[in-house]
Ligand binder design. Structure first.
Ligand SMILES: *Cc1c(COP(=O)(O)O)cnc(C)c1O
Length: 409
């Protein structure tokens, strides 16, 4: 779907106006009668006569045809996301973020191909590569996200695509996406970026050379921990192929879910600003504590990846992690249990704060964990997904949990 050129506006304005076509929010007599598109629940679309039915056989966006191709509720969300991604010609919606990654990779890859993947990738992406993709004849290989030369070294004649996650959603390394995308392009590889952390408000993926930008909309875009969805946005050529592959797989999202995600999108800019600021407060607090050995928060000056984040990103979010000074896994778990305001659960990007243990060692293939430069005793991590609570309350909660940890260790 084409999108209005709104790139001259700021992010708050862009999320407010994105995808709001008057014909999708009104009637022919009163276009734009309501603000948000109604929930069009439909499998069957009706035609006035056979001539009209026959005329609709062209596979075009934004035309009533049959429920699997969506209706104005889903179209408005897809068009809004396209409008937020500079350089995108269209967006395909998937029932989850994992489905979006699978949809993109199954569009790009063929049997016999090699998929190169950053070693910090989200575990379900790794599991997909080891399971589903191997079953379809694709060989996954991992490279060090912080060393572009390791991507170049991994490229072989069968390499077809690169899957980049930036920053890694557990260990928060910021890699040099423009350089990785450029290396990929120079060798004829297609680059796919999991841009869930930054969203297009924080990182303009296609403008930085990426071919396909994927997001879990479950996180920041939905924003309320009550809906699952994913998206893939791309320029005209890849968008067409993504769309045809998604149609071939019968991929469709419900209009009710699309309406929820679109509702979340409208407040995403203010939520991200708030959670970014709170995360930075918490990161500063933690960095000054003796119980904390390392803070992995791209927005924190001096933290790993901060310089690349400043160079390439226009925003952050509330997701970061830290590693405790020594201790045991059980003590780390007790610290998380002692937190009162942080829920214990997977996911992030909701209005409520969450904390989970981080133990990347078992997942790595190409890079050691903990890094060779660290004291090996410092290995038990905590990931915080900061929500919309008051920063002072969250800091007080962390302080009391760290006091419990200090007594135990
Ligand atoms: C959560 C997540 C996904 C998967 O999204 P779902 O909507 O949960 O399927 C993909 N990538 C990253 C980085 C994530 O955090």
């Amino acid at each position: 779907m084409s999108s209005a050129d709104d790139s001259a506006f700021g992010p708050g304005t862009r999320v407010t106006i994105a995808g709001r076509r008057a014909e999708w929010t009104g009637t022919p007599a009163h276009p734009g009668a309501v603000v948000s598109p109604p929930v069009w629940r439909a499998s069957t679309h009706l035609y006035p006569d056979i001539a009209a039915l026959r005329a609709h056989h062209a596979n075009a966006d934004g035309e009533f045809y049959y429920g699997r191709r969506g209706s104005p509720t889903q179209w408005a969300l897809a068009e809004a996301l396209t409008g937020l991604e500079p350089g995108a010609a269209g967006t395909v919606l998937y029932p989850s973020g994992v489905a979006a990654i699978a949809g993109a990779l199954l569009t790009v890859l063929r049997p016999g191909d090699v998929l190169l993947m950053t070693d910090n990738a989200y575990e379900p992406s790794r599991a997909m590569a080891r399971g589903l993709l191997r079953d379809f004849g694709v060989e996954p290989r991992w490279f060090d996200p912080l060393d572009p030369a390791s991507l170049t070294a991994a490229i072989c004649p069968r390499a077809r695509a690169v899957l980049i996650e930036c920053p890694g959603s557990l260990t928060l390394e910021v890699c040099d996406v423009p350089q990785l995308a450029q290396i990929a392009r120079a060798h004829g590889l297609i680059s796919v970026l999991d841009n869930t952390w930054a969203t297009p408000l924080g990182f303009a993926a296609l403008r930085h050379g990426v071919d396909i930008a994927v997001m879990s909309l479950t996180k920041h875009v939905g924003g309320h921990s009550d809906v699952m969805m994913g998206s893939a946005s791309a320029g005209a050529d890849w968008y067409r192929r993504l769309r045809l592959r998604a149609q071939a797989m019968g991929t469709v999202v419900s209009p009710d879910d699309a309406a929820l995600v679109l509702r979340g999108l409208r407040t995403m800019d203010v939520r991200l600003q708030r959670t970014t600021a709170t995360a930075l407060d918490l990161a500063r607090f933690l960095a000054a504590r003796p119980e904390v050995a390392h803070v992995a928060c791209p927005m924190l000056p001096g933290a790993p990846g901060h310089d690349l984040w400043r160079r390439d990103f226009t925003g952050g979010c509330g997701l970061f992690s830290f590693v405790l000074t020594g201790g045991t896994g059980a003590q780390r778990d007790a610290l998380i249990d002692a937190l009162a305001l942080f829920g214990i659960g997977y996911s992030w990007g909701g209005f409520e704060s969450l904390a989970t243990p981080v133990d990347p060692a078992a997942m790595r293939s190409a890079t050691p964990w903990p890094p060779a430069t660290w004291d090996p005793a410092d290995r038990f991590g905590v990931r915080l997904a900061v929500g919309l609570e008051d920063p002072a309350d969250l800091i007080a909660d962390l302080a009391q949990a760290l006091a419990v940890w200090s007594v135990a260790s």
